[in-house]
Design a protein around this ligand. Structure first.
Ligand SMILES: *Cc1c(COP(=O)(O)O)cnc(C)c1O
Length: 336
């Protein structure tokens, strides 16, 4: 199957499976898993943080970050479109008693500092305590610039806020900006990375920050049922993708640009409202096309996508080649 739904659908390669089969393991709750310990030490050093925690998912990494930075009755500033506001089942509020204060994202995905400043609550017992700003990069496939991230750091310093990055796809941002990951990471007090998206590991995310923060997150991870035992089987896959699958993200970005270009040649498909910056393509589909029926017929030909009329999303990843895109376009031409 050729799957355009998300970069979460990638399957582990033969090399990765061999590593996983042979991984040295121990009980990670006892701190005994050498592969997890190695990954955490490697990740901390590689991204310029004191410590790292290997966790089950990006959702858990964000929740741990918010709960470790904030107390009950605190609040965090984020975008209306932030994953940790919109798509994580309200975890920060439900489990952390931390109130989100969302701000409309600007068209480029950023948050306006004027609007953020206006949302910071006065130090008065009527209000929640504004503690944290959470950004996301990439956000909806868009890249926040280095300059914007530096401004966010200065803004947080000026207002005594902690700065967190939901970096589920931060490596896509680094590759698009053509910088080392540390040029992004250095601005943030904490950062998450999804190993299981475009990077191609089967399971797992990283949370990065200082020692005290990670120690707190480790305690909360246990509380949330996220303490894993012989997790080294997964950690070696995560380590592998950090070492081998970063540079190739460029290919996904090229393929996404090519996909958008090809979609625009089809009558009734238009990506022009959504310039492609990384591996995510959005396309508007004309209402006369029965896109659900098209998606069903594509599936019979081995192609999976999530149909919608406005802002239909297609994602490129290591399981999608240029000739897969040609196949999709040829099938669409025929069906239309
Ligand atoms: C996917 C994603 C997450 C959550 O990751 P899961 O591993 O699916 O829980 C968080 N933030 C962003 C920006 C994401 O794209």
């Amino acid at each position: 199957m050729i799957d355009f739904r998300s970069d979460t659908v990638t399957k582990p390669s033969a090399a990765m499976r061999t590593l996983m089969a042979n991984a040295e393991v121990g009980d990670d709750v006892y701190g005994d898993d050498p592969s997890v310990n190695h990954l955490e030490a490697f990740a901390a050093e590689r991204h310029g943080f004191e410590a790292a925690l290997f966790v089950t998912s990006g959702t858990q990494a964000n929740l741990l970050a918010i709960m470790s930075h904030c107390e009950r009755g605190d609040e965090y500033l984020c975008g209306q479109n932030a994953h940790n506001y919109r798509y994580e089942a309200g975890g920060a509020a439900v489990l952390g008693s931390v109130q989100p204060q969302p701000i409309d994202n600007e068209p480029d995905g950023s948050l306006c500092f004027k609007k953020l400043a206006a949302a910071i609550k006065p130090n008065d017992f009527h209000y929640a305590r504004t503690k944290l700003l959470s950004l996301e990069n990439t956000i909806g496939g868009k890249v926040l610039s280095l300059d914007y991230m530096a401004q966010a750091r200065a803004f947080c310093d000026a207002h005594q806020l902690i700065l967190h990055l939901d970096g589920a796809r931060v490596y896509n941002a680094a590759v698009a900006l053509n910088v080392d990951i540390t040029a992004i990471a250095k601005h943030f007090d904490s950062m998450t990375i999804c190993l299981s998206k475009g990077l191609g590991a089967p399971v797992g995310s990283l949370l990065l920050g200082n020692r005290e923060f990670i120690a707190k997150a480790r305690r909360i991870r246990k509380m949330l049922g996220g303490g894993m035992r012989q997790a080294g089987i997964l950690a070696v896959a995560g380590q592998y993708v950090l070492e081998h699958n970063v540079a190739r993200l460029q290919e996904d970005h090229h393929n996404a640009a090519y996909l958008a270009e090809q979609l625009n040649t089809l009558p009734g498909f238009d990506t022009r409202r959504y310039p492609v910056q990384t591996n995510i393509v959005f396309v508007d589909v004309a209402p006369h096309i029965d896109i659900k029926a098209v998606a069903l017929q594509l599936r019979e030909q081995g192609i999976i996508m999530s149909p919608s009329y406005e802002k239909m999303r297609l994602v490129t990843h290591l399981g999608v080649t240029k000739s897969d895109i040609d196949k999709l376009i040829a099938c669409l031409q025929q069906l239309l």
